[in-house]
Ligand binder design. Structure first.
Ligand code: C5P
Length: 284
């Protein structure tokens, strides 16, 4: 018996850091959107134990892997004595601000519920996901959500589907722990973004007028350490993007295009040895 799950990447349509919390995390406000770049995970029934095999040499295969930890946590929470072999076909770059590891962990929770034929209440699954990482609960389903708290409080909204994303990964990794740890607080801008994000939550849908307000509090820090990020953003705008921004704490920059042909041409222009480029659509 085996099952497969797609683990989609996400981009952040803006990200505002509201405050540092007593538990060391930060309260944030962001709009997350799944896109059709994905890892593919296959789960095969085993008598016992957890084995993780990955197509990518950079990903640890033992208990340091978030997928391994997701399987282990679920096994314990539901008191399951069955095992699994998990094969990961990695396509989402690592340390890229695209949520690849978190999405793999959420796909593991979904896949194992199917493989082991267990019905875990959605609140419990959310709690397990949140214990694995702040972004993991978002990936339990696909779509668009306004995320607050440390990223785990989610309000799903309707997406605008007529948008094409060109994702440019400049082939270096940024750890979100490092980025949060090096932020210069307090950050003062972003009132317009915050108001808009709250109105999206209230109305339950994205609107085109939101896009110009997108801004990311990690941008100044990341641009200071990696000036190429600003350069990519400017080039995407020059190629006709109506908005370009950093995703999460980087390193990926995305450009948003209204027309497929424009997005495709921009993706071709951006394809250079120092970058990996993906042309994506939202997954709703
Ligand atoms: O939750 P996750 O394991 O993805 O977080 C990685 C690190 O990023 C945390 O240890 C914390 O330092 C930082 N973080 C934060 N505030 C958040 C999310 C993450 O400070 N909202």
């Amino acid at each position: 018996m085996s099952v497969q799950e797609k683990a989609y990447a996400k981009i952040n349509l803006g990200l505002k850091i509201l405050r540092k919390r007593e538990d060391g995390y930060h309260d944030i406000l962001t709009v997350m959107q799944t896109v059709d770049l994905c890892d593919v995970l296959s789960f095969e029934q085993r008598e016992s134990g957890i084995e993780v095999v990955c197509s990518c040499a950079d990903v640890p295969e033992g208990p340091d892997n978030l997928v391994y930890r997701a399987a282990d946590r679920l096994q314990r929470e539901i008191g399951c004595d069955r095992g699994v072999r998990i094969q990961m076909d990695k396509r989402i770059p690592i340390g890229a601000g695209l949520g690849g590891g978190s999405s793999d962990a959420a796909a593991t929770l979904r896949g194992l519920c199917r493989l082991w034929n267990v019905d875990v209440a959605s609140e419990k699954l959310h709690t397990i996901a949140a214990s694995l990482g702040s972004d993991v609960p978002f990936f339990l389903r696909s779509g668009t959500a306004v995320a607050s708290g440390r990223g785990e409080i989610l309000h799903y909204v309707s997406a605008l589907e007529r948008v094409f994303y060109v994702l440019v990964y400049p082939k270096f990794q940024i750890s979100s722990g490092w980025a949060y740890g090096n932020l210069k607080m307090p950050l003062t801008f972003g009132e317009k973004y915050v108001n808009f994000a709250f109105s999206i939550k209230d109305t339950g849908m994205l609107s085109k007028a939101f896009y110009p307000c997108i801004e990311n509090d990690f941008s100044p820090l990341v641009e200071k350490h990696h000036p190429v990020v600003r350069n990519i953003q400017e080039r995407l705008m020059g190629l006709g993007a109506f908005k370009a921004s950093l995703s999460g704490s980087g390193s990926t920059v995305y450009g948003m295009f209204e027309r497929m042909e424009e997005a495709r041409a921009a993706a071709e222009q951006m394809r250079e040895p120092g970058c990996e480029v993906f042309l994506c659509r939202p997954v709703v």
